[in-house]
Ligand binder design. Structure first.
Ligand SMILES: Nc1ncnc2c1ncn2[C@@H]1O[C@H](COP(=O)(O)OP(=O)(O)OP(=O)(O)O)[C@@H](O)[C@H]1O
Ligand SMILES: [Mg+2]
Length: 578
């Protein structure tokens, strides 16, 4: 019993600590917008006073009318105030839409930029669909919350106080009785806020599952169809939708129940106020104008209270979204240091290197409990020296750690066990860090082309490549042959992951994209696996003839590639043998 209360207390304190962090983070993000949001709030407050003023004028209007008189100026002022309210409202709506858009884009951009510079393995923990949901839906939620909901709350509070003071001036009894909704409102907001925050997290999680599923199945439509998975996938989507619907529905039901309670109480109060005012009229205590004023002001006290309840719980759900965005923001940045300018070919020396994915994940911000695969070292106490200009083949069984070694050399994976130093022919040194990629060209395993034209794909290798440079790279990678047959040549559009090209054509294009950089160090990860013998020979001869000769690390399963290499190393049993 005692331990349960202790646990509850702990989770309450942890929750509060987290909320504090989330609020700090939100403040930080909002600070560039504070003047714009503040300006909008000032105009909206001004609107509140205009509307109180309109209520006072309407009182005067009704009173003069009931005495059988009409005052043209009062009518004019009344109409003027109404029109001003309409115009200001339109301007406010436009301003709010603009700030909202800029704010949410600001979050998306910052998160996107951060992800680009974060430790790669840390980003791999999240499904791309999940990251998308956090960057779009959650970011939108935060933007709406900070630009609209929070200012709404502040304005509603100010409105409440101002209208209360005005009504109190005319009728203290009515003013105080109008507040009778407050305790209900406060309790409801508190309880609702806590429940809604939980629901909001669930809604966003189910949204993530739903989006990730759609994205992944559409990207692999071929596989779905090949395995006759149409029906199964369709059913799975329905299941995911139902799961999402369950939480959305729960959230909405809670909202509806609250508004029923609040509005019910509100109507009751309104009726009582009306009765009270009517008896005051009957006794001749007040005028008809004052009656109008009472009724108007009374409802203007109660409606902010009702609105505050729903806004407050909305504000709490911003915290849920902030937490989700913060999680991807928390992936640490990759280390990038200034490195010496490398000249000529560059070699590398690996000494006593050990690597395990679980350690790397923990280093990238994962909690121990989140890691399912607690594998042991993939590489253990590995040492290797590759001299500048050497062509080295890396072989070994599938799943043994070849790609892992490549990723470590490129600093996509980090380890604190061991040392990696790049050295050029002039003795310039660079310890491994994110910046070494500036002198390494990499052809990753698998199809890694982007949708767009072939030219755009090549330019990713070197943004300012000339036509001659492009042609040379395409010649080395033996692409000219198939390009010749494409009616649009370099302007041919390919789809996601190079759809429209054959696997082997895509591989050659990926090689051209790397070669065009003219880097002193090239890493090819099974980059000729889809090529026929002749084409492979062409490509390998092209790479061997590169001038100046780079250092080249070729991961391969093919013996034929060995003909072009100076040395062969084999990864087995977590270590490297020559
Ligand atoms: N992101 C990851 N998280 C955890 N373990 C991983 C991850 N990527 C790879 N591994 C594991 O690391 C080991 C080595 O994988 P790696 O991709 O380096 O193999 P490989 O030698 O390149 O194989 P292949 O020849 O099939 O490409 C495998 O056992 C694999 O399960
Ligand atoms: Mg591999």
């Amino acid at each position: 019993m005692a331990s349960q209360s202790l646990r509850q207390l702990k989770s309450f304190v942890a929750d509060r600590e987290k909320s504090k962090q989330y609020i700090k983070w939100l403040m930080h993000y909002t600070s560039p917008f504070k003047f714009r949001i503040g300006g909008m709030m000032a105009v909206r407050l001004f609107m509140t006073y205009i509307s109180i003023y309109a209520a006072l004028i309407s009182r005067q209007l009704v009173d003069t009318a009931s005495q059988g008189k009409t005052e043209a100026t009062v009518y004019l002022i009344f109409a003027g105030v109404m029109i001003a309210q309409l115009v200001i409202q339109v301007c406010l709506d436009l301003a709010s839409a603009m700030i909202n858009e800029k704010y949410s884009f600001g979050i998306r951009k910052q998160v996107y930029d951060k992800l680009l510079c974060s430790v790669w393995i840390g980003t791999q923990r999240f499904h791309t669909g999940d990251m998308m949901t956090r960057m779009t839906s959650d970011a939108g939620n935060i933007a709406n919350g900070m630009v609209n909901v929070i200012p709404d709350i502040i304005i509603l509070l100010v409105q409440l106080v101002s209208v209360f003071v005005t009504l109190f001036y005319f009728s203290p009894v009515l003013a105080i009785s109008a507040l009778f909704l407050t305790p209900i409102g406060v309790v409801l907001s508190w309880v609702l806020g806590r429940i809604l925050k939980r629901y909001q997290v669930k809604v966003q999680e189910t949204e993530t599952a739903y989006r990730s599923f759609i994205q992944e199945s559409l990207a692999n439509l071929l596989v779905v169809k090949a395995f006759n998975g149409e029906e199964h996938f369709s059913e799975r989507l329905t299941e995911l939708r139902e799961n999402r619907f369950y939480w959305v529905w729960k959230k909405n039901k809670l909202g509806a129940a609250t508004s029923f309670v609040m509005n019910g109480t509100f109507s009751l109060g309104y009726m009582l106020a009306f009765l009270y005012a009517a008896t005051q009229i009957a006794k001749g205590n007040i005028t008809y104008g004052t009656l109008t004023l009472f009724i108007t002001l009374f409802s203007r006290i109660q409606s902010p209270i009702v609105a505050l309840v729903s806004k407050f719980s909305g504000a709490v759900s911003i915290l849920a979204s902030a937490g989700r965005v913060m999680e991807i923001q928390a992936i640490p940045l990759e280390e990038r240091r200034e490195i010496a300018e490398m000249s000529g070919a560059v070699g590398v020396e690996i000494s006593d290197l050990s690597f395990a994915y679980d350690r790397a994940l923990i280093g990238a911000g994962s909690k121990k409990t989140e890691i399912e695969n607690t594998s042991n070292d993939v590489l253990s106490h590995v040492s290797l020296k590759i001299n500048p200009g050497e062509f080295v083949a890396v072989m070994g069984k599938s799943g043994i750690g070849k790609t892992t070694l490549v990723r470590i050399l490129l600093y996509f994976l980090q380890t604190d066990r061991g040392n990696i130093v790049y050295r050029d022919i002039n003795g310039h040194e660079a310890h491994v860090n994110g910046a070494v990629r500036s002198f390494i060209s990499y052809v990753p395993q698998g199809n890694t082309l982007f949708s767009g034209t072939i030219r755009e794909n090549l330019l990713l290798g070197k943004g300012d490549a000339t036509e001659e440079e492009m042609e040379e790279a395409l010649r080395i990678a033996d692409c000219l042959d198939f390009l010749k047959d494409l009616p649009d040549g370099l302007e041919t559009r390919v789809g996601e992951k190079g759809v429209g090209l054959s696997e082997g054509q895509a591989q050659r294009l990926a090689i051209a994209r790397a070669v065009i950089r003219k880097s002193p160090f090239i890493i090819l990860d099974e980059s000729t696996s889809a090529l026929d013998e002749d084409t492979e020979k062409q490509v390998m001869q092209g790479i061997c003839a590169l001038n100046p000769r780079p250092t080249c690390l070729l991961v391969t399963h093919r013996k034929s590639v060995l003909n072009y290499c100076d040395r062969e190393i084999v990864i087995s049993n977590k270590s490297i043998t020559e």
